[in-house]
Design a protein around this ligand. Structure first.
Ligand code: GTP
Ligand code: MG
Length: 421
C-alpha cells in the first residue's frame, strides 16, 4: 500500500537583478535601468478528486519548481518561474519531515482543490535602479536572487470514512461490513483475515454512510505489534466508531476496555471519538444464554450496548440507523469551527534584521540581504565601496556593528567581503 511516501521539494531560485545604464542617442549619461530578477516558482501540493493514490510519488523522489529569470537592461524585469503543482488524492495529509520524533503537520487536504505551498520560491534580486539616490545616480550594485527553499515532505493518504469498525480480530468486523454494505471482504474463522482497511457504503434510508473495517487492533498495536500502527492512523479520520465485541468471549466488557486502552495509548484523541458499543454473535446459543449478564455488565458502567448478529443480520439495520443519528450529531458540531483556506508553510521567517557576532578579532555580519549584494559586487573600485557603505547604513548593519562594540581599525566581514571599520 502506497499510503505514505517521502519526497524532496525545492522551490525555484529568484533571478538576479541586473546592473545596466540607459544608452540612447542624444542622452550622454543615461540613468540606471537594470531590471529586477523574477521570483522563483513555488512548489504547491493540491488535492484532486481524480487522483486515487500516491503511487507516482513512489517512482520519483525529487521535485523542483522553475527558477525566475534574470532581469535585463531597459528596465526589463525577469519572468517569474512557473509554480510546480503536485496533485494528490483528497484526504492526503502533508507533513514536514523533522529530525525529532514527530513530523510536523503542514496541511490536511480534505477538499478537492484545496492546496498548500510547501516551499516558497526565492525572491528576485533588485536591479540597480533601486539603488539610485540623489547623491548616487550611477549605482553599480544590484542584488542576486534568493535561493529557493528546500523541504523534505511526507505525504500520507488517510481514509475518509464516516464510521470506523474496530474491535479485536475475529469479532466479526468483516461480516458486519458485508451485512451492511455491498463490500465483500474475506471472512474466516481465524484472526488477521483482513489485513488492510476495507471500505463499504451503507444505505440508510435516503442517505448513505461510508464504513471502514479497521483491521489489526490487538494489545500492543500502538507499539507496532500485529499489523502495526499503520491502520490505527486511519481511525483518526473517521468521525465515529462502531466498537464491535464478540459476545462469545470470556468478558466482552473487558475486551472493550482493553481495545479502548490500546487506542488511547496510540493517540488520546482516538479514545475520545464517539463510539457505539456493539455485542456481536447473539445468534450463538451460548451467547443467548448470557445476554442478560452481558447487558448488566455494560449498563453498570453506564454504557448502552447494542446487540446484533452480523451473520443473520439481526439488529444490523437498527445499528446503521443509530450510526447515522450519531454521525449527524457529530458532523453538526464539527461544522461550526472548520474552514481551512490555502496557507503558506514557512518554517523559518525571512527578512529578519542583520546580526553581528565575533569570530576571533573579526566582527562577522550575518545579513542575507546584504550578502546577496556583496557576493555579486566587485569591491575593488572605490566608487562601488562607497555605494556599498550606503547600503550598510540602509540595512541597519552599521547600527548592529556599533551595538556589538566595533571600534575604528577593527576587522569586519560579511559574506566574502572583508573590510576595516
Ligand atoms: N455465529 C456467528 N458467527 C459470526 C458472526 N459474525 C462473524 N462470525 C464469524 O466469526 C469469524 C470471524 O469473522 P470476520 O468477519 O472475519 O471477523 P473480523 O473481525 O473481520 O476478523 P479479522 O479480519 O480476522 O480481524 C468468522 O468465522 C465468521 O463467520 C455472527 O454474528 N454470528
Ligand atoms: Mg476482517
Amino acid at each position: 500500500m502506497f499510503d505514505r511516501v517521502g519526497i524532496e521539494v525545492k522551490a525555484g531560485a529568484g533571478g538576479d537583478g541586473v546592473i545596466s545604464f540607459r544608452r540612447e542617442k542624444f542622452v550622454p549619461f543615461g540613468g540606471p535601468d537594470g531590471g529586477d530578477g523574477g521570483d522563483g516558482g513555488d512548489v504547491i501540493i493540491m488535492a484532486d478528486s481524480s487522483v486515487d493514490s500516491l503511487r507516482v510519488f513512489g517512482r520519483r523522489r525529487f521535485y523542483r519548481a522553475a527558477d525566475g529569470k534574470d532581469g535585463k537592461g531597459k528596465g526589463k524585469h525577469g519572468k517569474k518561474g512557473e509554480n510546480l503543482i503536485l496533485t494528490v488524492p483528497v484526504g492526503t495529509v502533508v507533513l514536514r519531515k523533522t529530525q525529532i520524533v514527530d513530523d510536523a503537520l503542514i496541511a490536511d487536504l480534505k477538499q478537492p482543490g484545496q492546496q498548500v505551498v510547501v516551499t516558497k520560491g526565492g525572491r528576485g534580486g533588485l536591479g540597480n535602479t533601486h539603488f539610485a539616490s540623489p547623491t548616487n545616480q550611477a549605482p553599480r550594485i544590484a542584488q542576486g536572487g534568493e535561493t529557493g527553499e528546500e523541504n523534505s515532505i511526507i505525504l500520507e493518504m488517510r481514509l475518509i470514512a464516516d464510521v470506523g469498525i474496530i474491535g479485536y480480530p475475529n469479532v466479526g468486523k468483516s461480516t458486519l461490513l458485508a451485512a451492511a454494505s455491498a463490500a465483500k471482504p474475506k471472512i474466516a474463522s481465524y484472526p488477521f483475515t483482513t489485513c488492510e482497511p476495507i471500505l463499504g457504503v451503507a444505505e440508510v434510508g435516503q442517505r448513505s454512510l461510508v464504513l471502514a473495517e479497521i483491521p489489526g487492533l490487538i494489545d500492543g498495536a500502538h507499539l507496532g505489534r500485529g499489523l502495526g500502527h499503520d491502520f490505527l492512523r486511519h481511525i483518526v479520520r473517521t468521525k465515529i466508531l462502531i466498537h464491535l465485541v464478540d459476545g462469545s468471549s470470556v468478558s466482552p466488557m473487558e475486551d472493550m476496555i482493553l481495545v479502548n486502552a490500546e487506542l488511547s495509548l496510540f493517540d488520546s484523541a482516538l479514545a475520545q471519538k464517539p463510539q457505539l458499543v456493539v455485542v456481536n454473535k447473539i445468534d450463538l446459543p451460548q451467547v443467548q444464554a448470557r445476554l442478560a449478564e452481558i447487558k448488566d455488565a455494560f449498563s453498570s458502567a453506564e454504557i448502552t450496548a447494542l446487540f446484533i448478529s452480523a451473520a443473520t443480520k439481526e439488529g444490523v439495520s437498527e445499528l446503521m440507523a443509530e450510526a447515522m443519528k450519531l454521525l449527524s450529531q457529530v458532523t453538526a458540531e464539527a461544522e461550526a469551527g472548520e474552514k481551512i483556506p490555502r496557507k503558506v508553510f514557512r518554517p523559518q521567517p525571512r527578512g529578519i534584521g542583520p546580526s553581528v557576532h565575533k569570530e576571533g578579532n573579526t566582527f562577522v555580519v550575518v545579513a542575507p540581504e546584504l550578502e546577496r549584494i556583496v557576493a555579486r559586487t566587485d569591491v575593488t573600485s572605490p566608487g562601488v565601496r562607497w555605494q556599498l557603505k550606503k547600503q550598510l547604513a540602509r540595512l541597519g548593519v552599521n547600527k548592529a556593528l556599533e551595538k556589538a562594540g566595533v571600534k575604528p581599525g577593527d576587522k569586519v566581514r560579511c559574506g566574502n567581503l572583508e573590510w576595516e571599520w
